[in-house]
Write a protein that binds this ligand. Structure first.
Ligand SMILES: Nc1ncnc2c1ncn2[C@@H]1O[C@H](COP(=O)(O)OP(=O)(O)OP(=O)(O)O)[C@@H](O)[C@H]1O
Ligand SMILES: [Mg+2]
Length: 473
């Protein structure tokens, strides 16, 4: 059998096992009922109404079934028709970014960065389990005592995590993360995640092939930032993206998205981020973008960055720039290749150029709080030089975060590197001149255009559109 047929057969196997007939009865049911009337009923009334109609249809048109088979079929048809029940209206609401179900009675949602408790919940624990079953069945997994934690994805892209008792002491827990919307850098500037000069600086970092780490805590907007930055990778490059759960949405024509795979029910067949990074290196990439490094793949990534695969972008879970380098060190040690401490430090030092640190404010806003450049002239320890910091004002009664993005002069070595890559430096980040005054010229390499690093800089050398947006948040 041809490879393609074999793969198709594997993929369609779960569909064939009786599902087509459920689809048939679901379609018949939807023809039969009045959808407007159904919308006015509560969830429990809806279920009993649909069960009644399905029962009638089966009596009239269905095959001869045992009472057990009949009850089972009715339940599955109705489950199918009800979709994800309580979750459906939440999933239909574009402002909901996260749905958190803590047992049948407690549902929280996140809207615009803030978490609210919902009135009502699932009719029963059984109904919640049914919903969970339906979600994980779509990825051909099941949740039970032997596999009480499962990651899945809805067909619409939402990421789902399930954990059930006995591991969860609060009943079955379902966490649904909305497929993140792709924002451009201009939009992020508009949302005050950074100011316009910072956006221009980051864009030139990407074009100049700096190795960048986007760092932050959970849900601070790392993937969103990575996606926005990846837009500045030139069209001419071959880009390989590697993620646990594909979220990046690159616009370029030459992109190869790779996604890791968890082990199957028997615990076999897992393909890790690390496997994919290693494979990607054999695919002649111009750029490798890794959704998140969280294990031994960190060493492979660092080695790739140090051996000609510059311009790589990764995210990592860390709470400050210092924490980021320490975390990279820890993650590197998770590799099966054991390197001495000094060697790991040297790898990180020479691989990483820039760390972009994100944070989420108490008002739900996400922003860049620091950009730090690795000072590679120091070898004995990590030396990070901040080039931008968000300075927050004391928080007022309205709990809204305000402050300003404070630019700092770029280190001369970095300015020179940008210059050689044909990038101009936003005036706010112009390096100090040799005599120490800010904003008057980089140590200009021979042949540099007049105005590089001065407050009246020339047009960007590639004639790119400048970024628009308010300066301070
Ligand atoms: N600057 C921003 N302003 C407002 N909302 C944002 C901003 N950046 C991201 N978000 C929203 O925050 C949520 C989390 O974003 P994202 O998935 O990028 O975070 P993350 O740090 O990658 O999360 P995780 O740690 O789970 O990987 C999404 O709903 C996203 O749309
Ligand atoms: Mg993410």
């Amino acid at each position: 059998m041809a490879l393609k047929d074999r793969l198709d057969q594997d993929r369609s196997a779960p569909e064939r096992s009786g599902k087509s007939s459920i689809g048939h009865w679901r379609a018949r049911l939807l023809e039969e009922i009045n959808l407007d009337e159904l919308a006015r009923l509560t969830m429990a009334q809806r279920r009993s109404r649909l069960e009644k109609v399905t029962g009638l249809l089966l009596t009239r048109e269905g095959p001869v079934l045992s009472p057990g088979e009949r009850a089972g079929l009715i339940r599955r048809v109705v489950d199918e028709a009800l979709g994800l029940g309580v979750l459906e209206p939440l999933l239909a609401d574009p402002n909901v970014t996260e749905i958190m179900v803590n047992g049948p009675d407690t549902v929280f949602v996140e809207r615009a960065g803030r978490v609210y408790r919902l009135d009502g919940g699932f009719a029963s624990e059984e109904q919640l389990y049914q919903t969970i079953d339906r979600i994980v069945a779509q990825v051909n997994r099941r949740v039970d005592e032997s596999s009480p934690m499962v990651d899945a994805r809805l067909p619409t892209g939402e990421r789902v995590n399930v954990i059930i008792p006995p591991l969860s002491l609060a009943g079955p827990i379902l966490t649904i993360r909305r497929f993140p919307r792709a924002y451009s850098i201009e939009e992020l500037v508009g949302m005050r995640a950074m100011d316009a000069p910072t956006g221009m600086l980051l864009a030139s970092f990407v074009r100049a092939r700096l190795n960048m780490v986007i760092a932050g805590g959970t849900g601070t907007g790392k993937t969103t930032m990575l996606n926005a930055l990846s837009a500045f990778v030139p069209e001419t490059e071959r880009i390989i993206t590697i993620e646990d759960s594909a979220e990046l949405q690159l616009k370029q024509a030459h992109v190869i998205p790779l996604e890791s795979r968890p082990a199957n029910i028997e615990g076999k067949g897992a393909i890790t981020i690390r496997d994919l990074v290693r494979n990607a290196l054999r695919m002649r990439p111009d750029r490798i973008i890794v959704g998140e490094v969280r294990g031994g793949e960190t060493l492979d990534m660092l080695q790739a960055m140090n051996t000609g695969h510059d311009g790589s972008l990764v995210t990592v879970h860390a709470n400050s720039s210092e924490d980021t380098v320490n975390r990279l060190q820890t993650l590197t040690s998770m590799s099966d290749v054991k390197l001495p401490f000094e060697a790991v430090r040297d790898q990180i030092n020479s691989a990483i150029d820039v760390i972009v640190q994100l944070s989420r404010g108490p008002d739900g806003s996400r922003r860049i709080v620091e950009i730090a450049v690795m000072d590679k002239s120091v070898r004995e320890r990590f030396s990070l030089q901040p080039v931008m910091r968000f300075e927050a004002e004391p928080i007022g009664a309205d709990r809204v975060v305000r402050g300003r993005f404070r630019p700092m002069p770029l280190p001369p070595a970095l300015a020179t590197r940008l210059f050689h890559a044909g990038e101009s430096i936003p005036p706010a980040f112009a390096p100090r001149s040799m005599n120490g005054s800010a904003g008057h010229g980089v140590p200009v390499p021979p042949g540099a255009p007049p105005g590089l690093g001065t407050t009246s800089g020339p047009e960007p050398p590639h004639g790119r559109e400048p970024l628009h947006g308010p300066g301070d948040a």
